[in-house]
Write a protein that binds this ligand. Structure first.
Ligand code: PLP
Length: 373
């Protein structure tokens, strides 16, 4: 028998969450963000399940080329554009859109002779202080790019919201005002909204929305879970108990003995660890499901294993099912316990965790309607 850890990916939940995007941003075109291997879910399987999207957003040309080789024909957007001029030939050949955020990229575009013009999204920095041109440069950058035969007309614009997950804060209105001022009179299409913008800021929807995390069923808002926004979790990370034992009061669990048994009690060991991307800093008390019942993780997370307090499920036995997050245990909750965000847990899963794609988690686990990636 092989190691029992699996990440089940529910394709129907992805499709459902895309419908939620369309419901929240009616009439807008959707750039489904599938960077970082579709937030750890598997790029190609996610693209298949999200086939209704108008475009896909990725961080690297390699991802775009994998999508093209897979037969994806819709526009693909390189969210940070190209990293070196040598990428432009393939970008033009495969018809990939690029964000342009810096003068060196403009110069690079002007310095080559491409087989076809490339669609450009000028990235403006309206307040994130990360990437983009100052809003006041919008027209000048636009004019300069339009003058190049390598640039498809018309140029589009994008900006990224720094605090859309704070529906009461001043940051998003300030960014939207700066964008509005920069684009006034330009009549260009634009893209602004990430997941939090899609859900909380209708005034940010513009022509194209760019949801990521909500497609995977997690909430972009602190203190909330996806179900509260009508989303369904896509990934269920599941393994099994590989050992059950009884410990005596006063004994310490795991490396450095950071957790001491308060009484005689059952302990379980599950096959998952930081070598799989389960967070090593998840503290004692982080919730885990054993046979559908919440139990606390105890002691340090090891590379391949975690130890669980089985007092809430005293009948649990080796081989019983353990869920680290997903169905019945929101990834947001595990992330909060570990002092991080769902994004990091999802895209931090390592390659040794087999992804199993199915429609509905139960179907996938029974093995009837699933296939390994
Ligand atoms: C990752 C990313 C998104 C998606 O953000 P979510 O918070 O996951 O919805 C949107 N736009 C850009 C530029 C990104 O890099």
């Amino acid at each position: 028998m092989s190691r029992p850890l699996r990440a089940f990916v529910d394709a129907s939940a992805l499709a459902h969450n895309l419908r939620r995007v369309r419901e929240a941003a009616p009439g807008r075109r959707v750039i489904a963000i599938v960077k970082a291997d579709a937030y750890g879910h598997g790029l190609l399987a996610a693209a298949d399940a999200l086939a209704g999207a108008d475009a896909f957003g990725v961080a690297a040309l390699e991802e775009a080329l994998r999508l093209r080789a897979h037969g994806v024909r819709v526009p693909l957007v390189l969210l940070e554009g190209f990293f070196e001029v040598g990428e432009l030939e393939a970008i033009a050949h495969h018809g990939v859109d690029v964000a342009i955020h810096h003068p060196w990229q403009v110069e690079a575009l002007e310095s080559v002779r491409l087989e076809a013009p490339v669609r450009v999204w000028v990235k403006l920095d309206t307040g994130m202080l990360r990437l983009g041109f100052a809003p006041g440069q919008a027209r000048a950058v636009c004019d300069r790019l339009q003058a190049s035969p390598n640039v498809a007309s018309p140029v589009r614009f994008m900006t990224h919201l720094a605090a859309a997950d704070d529906p009461a804060g001043p940051g998003t209105p300030r960014q939207l005002a700066r964008l509005g001022a920069a684009l006034s009179g330009l009549e260009a299409e634009a893209s602004v909204a990430n997941s939090a913008g899609v859900l909380a800021w209708p005034e940010s929807h513009a022509q194209w929305v760019r949801p990521g995390i909500m497609l995977y069923g997690a909430s972009p808002f602190p203190g909330r879970v996806g179900a509260q926004d009508g989303l369904r979790p896509v990934m269920t990370l599941e393994t099994r108990l590989i050992a059950v034992s009884r410990a005596v009061a006063g004994e310490a669990v795991g490396y450095s003995g950071t957790w001491v048994c308060p009484e005689d009690m059952p302990l379980g060991v599950a096959a998952v660890g930081y070598g799989d991307g389960y967070p090593r800093h998840a503290p004692s008390g982080t919730p885990v499901l054993v046979n559908g019942v919440r139990v606390p993780l105890v002691g340090r997370v090891s590379m391949d294993m975690v130890t669980l307090d089985l007092r809430p499920v005293p009948d649990a036995r080796s081989g019983d099912r353990v869920i680290l997050w997903g169905e019945g245990l929101p990834v947001e909750e595990v992330a909060a316990a570990a002092g991080t965000i769902s994004y990091q847990l999802l895209c931090g899963l390592t390659t040794r965790v087999p992804r199993v794609v199915g429609t509905g988690h139960r179907l996938a686990t029974s093995g009837t309607a699933s296939h390994a990636l």
